[in-house]
Design a protein around this ligand. Structure first.
Ligand code: ATP
Ligand code: LTN
Length: 334
């Protein structure tokens, strides 16, 4: 009997700031839901965090990395069945990035839309902001990844990873598995509450109250954010005709409740937006309360968390070092 191997999954979240509802619905929740069907590596990508020069307080980055790892487990990632680690604990990632960057045309990086938008946020643009997608490609390719579950904003970076892998394979032989992005049907692009034309984003949420619901917000904070979400002066609660702000609220309700569009439209038909916001708030609180409870328990046992992360880093290194050696053999480095 042949045993079919599970597809290999890699994904990660930056520990830059507090995680928000978009990170939860676009990434964490889909990871949890499919974890049993796949062979998973989930990384806290701390080397990605300093890419906006001066954006991260060095005193809190290490603590944030532990907090994000704890949130992975609190959301339901099983520490026994999955590899979870902090990116900087496995130096193979940076070594592989160098080799890959030498095979990546500059024009490909200049085209990345996230680079274009993020470089507007800072006065001085660091080289790391430009080469960041190569580090992401290294993350993915080191683990012979088949699937990369991410939110919609990361689609272009996964496409670039595929292009880099194919170019490298053409130049140096069959070194890499070609991965593909897996984007959830619902929740892949959660918009912000205060500016529904803009994606909910960690770097904006940090300095703007009312932008995002963070996973560790108090009920009071969640209430404030959701009840003051931007809507319009109509009473339109049909998905097809709703304004951007109302569409976002309806979509969030749909993603969290699992109810069909039809039953949601029937429920909110003829009601004011206050009712929609209240119902959404209820379901957000109900969904996040158990995550917050488990998070507190996990953060209470720091020794155990450190043990799990050290074990994760060791397992990750075992896999990553094999691929890095393959890269070195193919390119004659070493
Ligand atoms: P920043 O805006 O500072 O870049 P971020 O909020 O986009 O941060 P990341 O760490 O870059 O957060 O993303 C982690 C994961 O969450 C990725 O898979 C990303 O696609 C997903 N994600 C981020 N924002 C959203 C969103 N608004 N809706 C759905 N998924 C999202
Ligand atoms: N670039 C991603 C985070 C990230 C990632 C990865 C996601 C870094 N490495 C590898 C998936 C796979 C972001 O900013 N959201």
């Amino acid at each position: 009997m042949t045993i079919k191997k599970k597809p290999k999954v890699f994904s990660g979240i930056q520990p830059s700031h507090a995680l928000h509802l978009g990170n939860y619905l676009g990434a964490l929740k889909p990871w949890v839901e499919s974890q049993n069907e796949t062979d998973n590596v989930f990384c806290v990508v701390d080397l990605h965090s300093p890419t906006l020069l001066g954006d991260i307080d060095p005193k809190i980055l290490a603590e944030n990395s532990r907090s994000v790892a704890a949130l992975y487990f609190a959301a339901g990632i099983d520490p026994e069945e999955n590899i979870v680690f902090i990116q900087s604990h496995v130096p193979e990632h940076t070594e592989a990035t160098w080799i890959l960057s030498c095979a990546t045309p500059l024009g490909w990086l200049n085209r990345m839309t996230q680079f274009k938008s993020k470089s507007q946020l800072v006065e001085s643009v660091g080289t790391g902001l430009l080469t960041y997608p190569v580090l992401m490609a290294a993350d993915i390719l080191l683990y012979d990844t088949n699937r990369v579950p991410v939110g919609d904003d990361q689609r272009q970076h996964v496409e670039l990873t595929r292009d880099i892998a194919m170019r490298f394979n053409n130049l140096f032989g069959d070194v890499f598995t070609i991965p593909e992005a897996v984007i959830p049907k619902l929740g892949a692009r959660v918009m912000s509450f205060d500016e529904p034309e803009t994606k909910m984003s960690k770097s904006i949420a940090r300095s703007k109250a009312g932008h995002a619901v963070n996973l560790l917000d108090s009920e009071k904070q969640m209430k404030k954010t959701i009840m003051s979400a931007v809507t319009d002066s109509e009473r339109e609660t049909r998905f097809e005709h709703a304004s951007k702000g109302v569409y976002n609220l309806l979509s969030l309700y749909q993603t969290l409740s699992g109810e069909s569009k039809e039953s949601i439209e029937a429920k909110f038909d003829g009601q004011g937006y206050g009712f929609l916001k209240k119902e959404l708030l209820g379901i957000v609180i109900e969904s996040l309360a158990p995550v917050q409870k488990r998070y507190a328990e996990i953060m209470d046992d720091r020794a155990e968390l450190e043990r799990i992360l050290a074990n994760g880093a060791q397992k990750a290194k075992e896999r990553a070092s094999v691929t890095l050696q393959r890269m070195k053999n193919a390119t004659g480095v070493g």
